[in-house]
Design a protein around this ligand. Sequence first.
Ligand SMILES: Nc1ncnc2c1ncn2[C@@H]1O[C@H](COP(=O)(O)OP(=O)(O)OP(=O)(O)O)[C@@H](O)[C@H]1O
Length: 248
Amino acid sequence: MALMEVRDLNKSFGGVHATSHVSLDVAEGELHAIIGPNGAGKTTLISQLSGEMLPDSGEILFAGRNITNHPMHARSHMGLARSFQITSVFQDMTMLENVALAIQAHQGHSFRFWKPTAKDSSLFEPAMEYLAQVGLKDKANSLANAVSHGEHRQLEIAMALATDPKLLLLDEPMAGMGQEESSRMVEILNKFKGSKTMLLIEHDMDAVFALADRISVLVYGAIIATDTPDAIRSNEEVKRAYLGEEAA
Ligand SMILES: Nc1ncnc2c1ncn2[C@@H]1O[C@H](COP(=O)(O)OP(=O)(O)OP(=O)(O)O)[C@@H](O)[C@H]1O
């Protein structure tokens, strides 16, 4: 059964059909990537899935429930997590405190100004474990504003994982990264493959083709193909619309 199912989703901005009759499913355990040229509607689509933006029409089902009009916090509570909402990282807290706070927030406390203390082992032990999972154990006591861009993004993954999501929405995790940081991120995401269901939006084609089980190609708001990486690579329509253009 699909963990997420999108049916005939539409969203327009004035005359621009940013999401056009999008139907898509994300199977339990898969890493599903969405690619497309600039302005194809990737951000608009993921914003509707996370609840930041409501569609004009269509339906979004998650874990068998219709969440089309659910607010973001309700979706997040159900296990839908969007990574890379930069604002959720507290820059003047340590990496460990940030993850502890993400765990605490997920447990239902919403004291945004509360600062966790190192005595609270029920938060800090799992927080350390999440940091270790993204390769940041050594940086646990560094302030969030003192680490590299790549490490900052790894922290955001750890914070998303700390909410124990059923589906992780990854919004351009490799953006602004160099080759080395980017391959580290591929390695990290690769570790979660199979155990976490992920929907990945990413411009880095090497990363997408290395990681995805299936790829959906978005062009002018519409999905023109959903298939395995090999099939997408050799799909003539995709080549014409997108990949050919990149290679040119
Ligand atoms: N809030 C908005 N108001 C008006 N037009 C918008 C708005 N958001 C997006 N659009 C338009 O919708 C289309 C899709 O934009 P979107 O940002 O979703 O594409 P994208 O695939 O994420 O692009 P990129 O790869 O450059 O991030 C574009 O034509 C864009 O100009």
